[in-house]
Write a protein that binds this ligand. Sequence first.
Ligand code: ATP
Ligand code: MG
Length: 231
Amino acid sequence: TAAEVPGQMSLTLNNVSFSYPQQTQPALANIHLQVNAGEHIAILGRTGCGKSTLLQLLTRAWDPQQGELLLNQQPIAALDEITLRRSMSVVPQRVHLFSATLRDNLLLAAPGATDDELTTVLTRTGLDKLLDDSGLNSWLGEGGRQLSGGELRRLAIARALLHDAPLMLLDEPTEGLDATTESQILDLLADVMRDKTVLMVTHRLRGLARFEKIIVMDNGHIIEQGNHAEL
Ligand code: ATP
Ligand code: MG
């Protein structure tokens, strides 16, 4: 069985470099980053600079050719799969919708959740209108209801809330949301993030004052680090 996942997560990247297969230009080059337990980090930078790649290395979707990534001082490469998954809640840039019920689309993030818990999370993320006729039995995806871009983002946020891991990796969680919905979601995240370590990729400058540290990437490098006042 997997080791128990601690409630607090720190994160260390030591000189991490990564190139995608068949690519000559590295997507990440010599990344050094220390994230203390409970810190909230925003990651900014132009499209294609490597923000999503950085999060994907943390989920072990790819292995770096150089350097090491540590979760609570332990190499991520050595963690068993269950511990790794339990350690982090991820809102990916591309959200996958399964052709399945609304319930099953949520339960994959938290297999033990009750219908009451699922309904509460749908309400908190403003997705309760998906409950219309068939409730949690509503069929999504092929042969059922397709979700808008903003609904998909909120479904991913709902999954992350249910998963409730100590490290949150959020890749543009409010992309495609109107200003009102965005501020509702940012308020919700601010509440959830309080006792968690967070890396959030964003293009928006709104809400950045809530983050202890902002890092700016360019072309696979971290080019600036500081707090909201400094940058
Ligand atoms: P955006 O803001 O548009 O989401 P990003 O900062 O998240 O951009 P990444 O997705 O990390 O950027 O991509 C970094 C670089 O790696 C880009 O040049 C991209 O083209 C390249 N890249 C991303 N995924 C792959 C892949 N699977 N194979 C090869 N190259 C890739
Ligand atoms: Mg990206």
